[in-house]
Design a binder for this molecule. Structure first.
Ligand code: SAH
Ligand code: SF4
Ligand code: F3S
Length: 449
């Protein structure tokens, strides 16, 4: 299909996780053949899509304040004879549905994460100002079947969603309600998309899923490890990552793959949330702190240098000082390379929101600061240990300063060095000379014999 020249402007703003980033790219892909070109500012946009996140209260509130700003822009545009269509997509759309339009009448339509293939139809309906204004299907297979195959990757790395939804029902979390049941895309569909990306110069793919390591559960093809093995055979595709994983789904084959598949990068995001068994049980995590530590030990036995990352929640209902200290103990025992930390946020409709013993904000703040301080020390130590080593870096783009190039180490650290931009897309050895908490710097080295 040949695309129409871009006549209309699309402004798409993405909140939340990497799966939303992927979905926003795919929405852009669907709209491109219809003549929509991307604009970086909303003022002149014909179509505005907010791809939203519902995970914490703050994330949801941001959407409503952004909609207030957009309402004024829409009115300005209308007063000069123009038109702006406003759509709300993503997890707030799925969770709140047409309630969003009651709260903010400037919104033209609302569509949930499994309905993006219906975007053109919804735009047409909005223009006719008639008919259905809410698309909130729950069938993930339909979404992927109906999305166009062609993608326009923005660089040498790309996201690829292979799994959606969640059946775990952690008691704090909205995802099972916003993204529906666990669904894995067929292996062949994933391979076809990956081959297309590699043909366009993508060298690193990050496989995405809310529970990506549950990929292919119950099928005979070998789960995520089997998929990685197939992907590693695609020529040009040198690096494979995946996120996010649940400790319960970390099977033997996947652990072994970290030791045997050279393309599988030594980095693993494995959220644990808490180090207290009492809290883990109340969270419905289905593992203990000891289970998690034993798992980490097995993973390190397969790949000793693996960089570990995690998610933590402080101030879950009923969390005592002793429970929190158990989290600090688990962190000390694990030694993380990076981490994401959150204060518990009460989400309407989730079991934890109704639990007694909600924790004071001040206590949450204090615990968060202590946890962050410990994790920052660990991150600095992990990075500092790289100084003097030579690591293969996939160069992704030019740096902020002239003559600087920027890429990532196998451990997902940002690395910058002086070098020509002709190296973008190549994996080059860089000798690390300095380390900060968030990045490394070094010089181009020749490959050691
Ligand atoms: N499926 C992934 C990611 C889910 S959302 C997983 O299970 O790891 C990403 C992170 O947000 C979670 O790991 C959790 O740490 C955090 N989170 C989810 N709900 C939250 C809530 N109600 N309050 C605070 N943090 C939350
Ligand atoms: Fe949410 Fe738990 Fe599912 Fe992760 S595993 S998406 S935290 S319910
Ligand atoms: Fe947010 Fe939905 Fe992702 S709630 S974190 S955008 S799955």
């Amino acid at each position: 299909m040949t695309d129409l020249p871009a006549q209309k402007l699309l402004y798409i703003k993405t909140y939340g996780c990497q799966m939303n980033v992927y979905d926003s790219e795919r929405m852009t892909d669907i709209l491109r053949p219809l003549g929509y070109g991307v604009t970086e500012t909303p003022e002149n946009a014909d179509l505005v899509v907010l791809n939203t996140c519902h995970i914490r209260e703050k994330a949801t509130e941001k959407v409503y304040s952004e909609l207030g700003v957009l309402r004024r822009l829409k009115e300005d545009k209308a007063s000069s004879g123009g038109q702006m269509t406003i759509a709300v997509a993503g997890c707030v759309a799925q969770a709140e549905g047409s309630e969003i339009m009651r709260r903010q009448s400037a919104v033209d339509f609302v569509l949930g994460p499994q309905s993006y293939h219906r975007l053109p139809e919804m735009i047409a309906r909005a223009h006719r100002a008639s008919g259905e204004v809410l698309a909130a299907d729950f069938a993930a297979d339909e979404k992927f079947d109906a999305l166009p195959l062609e993608r326009q990757p923005g660089g040498v790395t790309a996201f690829l969603t292979v799994q959606e939804g969640c059946d775990k029902f952690c008691t704090f979390c909205v995802v099972p309600y916003t993204r529906g049941a666990e669904y894995s895309r067929p292996v062949e569909a994933v391979l076809a998309e990956a081959r297309g990306l590699a043909a366009q110069g993508v060298r690193e793919i990050t496989l995405l899923g809310q529970n990506v390591n549950a990929y292919g559960a119950g099928r005979e093809e070998g789960g995520l490890a089997g998929l990685v093995e197939r992907l590693a055979q695609i020529s040009g595709l040198d690096r494979i990552r995946y996120t996010t994983s649940h400790p319960r789904d970390m099977d033997e084959a996947l652990i072994a793959a970290h030791g045997t598949q050279a393309a599988l990068m030594p980095y693993l995001h494995l959220p644990v949330q808490s180090g207290s068994d009492k809290i883990l049980k109340a969270m419905n995590r289905d593992h203990t702190a000891a289970d998690y530590l034993a798992l980490i030990e097995r993973i390190r036995a397969a790949r000793p240098d693996i960089a570990l990352s995690g998610d933590f929640i402080v101030g879950f209902p009923g969390e005592t000082e002793a429970d929190f200290e158990a989290t600090l103990d688990l962190v000390r025992a694990t030694r993380y390379a990076s981490a994401f930390t959150f204060k518990y946020s009460r989400r309407p409709g989730t079991p934890a929101s109704g639990m007694g013993a909600q924790i004071d904000e001040a206590v949450k703040d204090e615990r968060l600061a202590r946890l962050n301080a410990l994790l920052e020390d660990q991150q600095k130590a992990f990075n500092a240990a790289m100084v003097g080593r030579t690591v293969p870096v996939l160069i992704e783009r030019e740096g902020r300063h002239a003559g600087q190039i920027l890429g990532r180490s196998p451990y997902l650290q940002a690395v910058h060095a002086e070098g020509p931009k002709s190296l973008i897309g190549q994996i080059v050895p860089i000798r690390i000379e300095a380390a900060a908490r968030m990045s490394l710097s070094g010089v181009l080295a020749t490959v050691p014999a």
